[in-house]
Design a protein around this ligand. Structure first.
Ligand code: FES
Length: 185
């Protein structure tokens, strides 16, 4: 079972959310791929767009905006967003590090890598570093078992990972100013 970050389930103190014009145009282009009445099928790519436009996480207002856009019930959005580990239901750091801990990765040192990451970052799985740079997650199989152990950061896979390679990645990201959002666009 993945360690999920405790979701923020309130709107109190949470910033409102609106899609930017650009994001809205992207959403509408994706929705147009589906037959009339079936635009709910666009939910996952639109959640990625909403998450990217909301500082890397899906607040209740962001999910509600997705529900309005797709003409579906908010609960339908919450169900999907809370099922997939790629969606963050609370604020995260600039870079979200998802280390796989399913069996093939575990057999190739995934658990030791998670322990190493916790020590290197000074946090536990599910936490964000004080400087807001890194959130560490342990997730289920990311489909790269042949190159285990691995982690995903944004849209990039880091495979055949070693503690040394992890440290090098952290040092590289410390100097990077982009947010590591995953989108499938
Ligand atoms: S078990 Fe780690 S990617 Fe599949």
């Amino acid at each position: 079972m993945s360690v999920r970050l405790t979701p923020v389930t309130t709107t109190e103190g949470v910033a409102p959310f609106t899609f930017s014009e650009h994001a809205l145009a992207e959403c509408r282009a994706i929705m147009a791929r589906y037959p009339e009445g079936r635009t709910k099928s666009a939910l996952i790519p639109i959640l990625h767009i909403a998450q990217a436009g909301n500082d890397g996480w899906l607040s209740v207002p962001a999910m509600d905006a997705v529900a309005v856009l797709l003409g579906i019930q908010p609960i339908e959005v919450y169900e999907v967003a809370s099922f997939y580990s790629m969606f963050n239901l609370r604020p995260v750091g600039r870079h979200v590090l998802e280390i796989c801990r399913t069996t093939p990765c575990m057999l190739r040192g995934g658990d030791a890598l998670i322990a190493h990451a916790e020590k290197k970052l000074g946090i536990h799985v599910g936490e964000t570093t004080r400087d807001g740079l890194f959130t560490l997650k342990a997730v289920e199989c990311l489909g790269s078992c042949g190159t285990a152990p691995m982690l995903q950061c944004g849209a990039t896979y880091h495979e055949d990972l070693t503690p040394e390679a992890f440290d090098a990645l952290i040092e590289r990201l410390q100097g990077a100013y982009t947010r590591s959002n995953y989108t499938d666009r």
